[in-house]
Ligand binder design. Structure first.
Ligand SMILES: C[S@@+](CC[C@H](N)C(=O)[O-])C[C@H]1O[C@@H](n2cnc3c(N)ncnc32)[C@H](O)[C@@H]1O
Length: 228
């Protein structure tokens, strides 16, 4: 992972406080302690008999090393995986399709939008895109620019945008910081939200509307939904 700069974090925190948002209330999703992102990924690979896996952002390979599948590629500019470079660079030269794509790279709205768009183009017909860190519990965990070590970023805003499209179905599993699943099927619960710029959404909006925005399900209900 990129080195953390404490001074930059302090500046970012002041900037966020002065110019972006101040909101103190926190959420508590009560994520189960015994179900991790790699458990869900492997479960889906087995359930759907997926043959190929792409992970964007691998860090210490906590997930990548555990996933058992015929073909796997892990992309990271700094550490882990088996492809050294950014997701943009990977997609610019890639010619393969994938059954399961796990997006867990740079957790900033515009990058995540791009990663989702590029992933949709190479997703197999019945494939699934998963995104990590979709359910932040506090303002500072989702603040961009980042000023906390434990950080989800504003991935959730990209999900809210894609939830408004008719040909994409999204549901979010309430485990391990929140994992959203995107499939190229008709949207069964299209979000009616018209905004010119989804990046301008505030944590306060997420706090009050997260159920409607994210379509949150617990692990078993999520698996039932995805199996159908
Ligand atoms: C949260 S970590 C990934 C954790 C890993 N997926 C896991 O499950 O343990 C995020 C990673 O994204 C990488 N990253 C940052 N910018 C990126 C980019 N533009 N493209 C791909 N990966 C990126 C970072 O180097 C970091 O290792």
């Amino acid at each position: 992972m990129e080195k953390v700069n404490k001074f930059k974090f302090k500046i970012n925190k002041i900037y966020y406080y002065l110019f972006k948002e101040r909101f103190k209330s926190k959420l508590n999703f009560e994520f189960p302690e015994n179900i991790n992102r790699w458990d869900l990924i492997q479960k889906l690979i087995n359930l759907k008999n997926f043959q190929s896996y792409l992970e964007i952002g691998c860090d210490g390979d906590d997930s990548f090393s555990k996933i058992k599948v015929k073909n796997k590629i892990g992309v990271d500019p700094y550490s882990g995986g088996n492809f050294r470079g950014t997701s943009d660079f990977f997609f610019s030269q890639n010619e393969k399709n994938f059954d399961c794509i796990f997006i867990d790279g740079l957790h900033e709205y515009y990058q995540v939008l791009k990663d989702i768009k590029n992933s949709l183009e190479i997703l197999s017909e019945n494939g699934i895109i998963l995104l990590h860190d979709c359910l932040p519990t506090s303002l500072h965990k989702q603040a961009v620019p980042r000023y906390k070590n434990i950080w989800n970023g504003d991935v959730w805003k990209s999900i809210v945008y894609y939830r408004t499209l008719e040909n994409i179905d999204i549901v979010t599993c309430k485990i391990d910081q929140g994992i959203s699943a995107i499939r190229k099927v008709k949207n069964k619960d299209c979000l009616d939200l018209k905004l010119d710029d989804f990046s301008k959404l505030k944590f306060k909006d997420f706090y009050f509307n997260h159920k409607e925005y994210m379509r949150i399900k617990d692990y078993n209900d999520f698996l039932k939904y995805i199996s159908n």
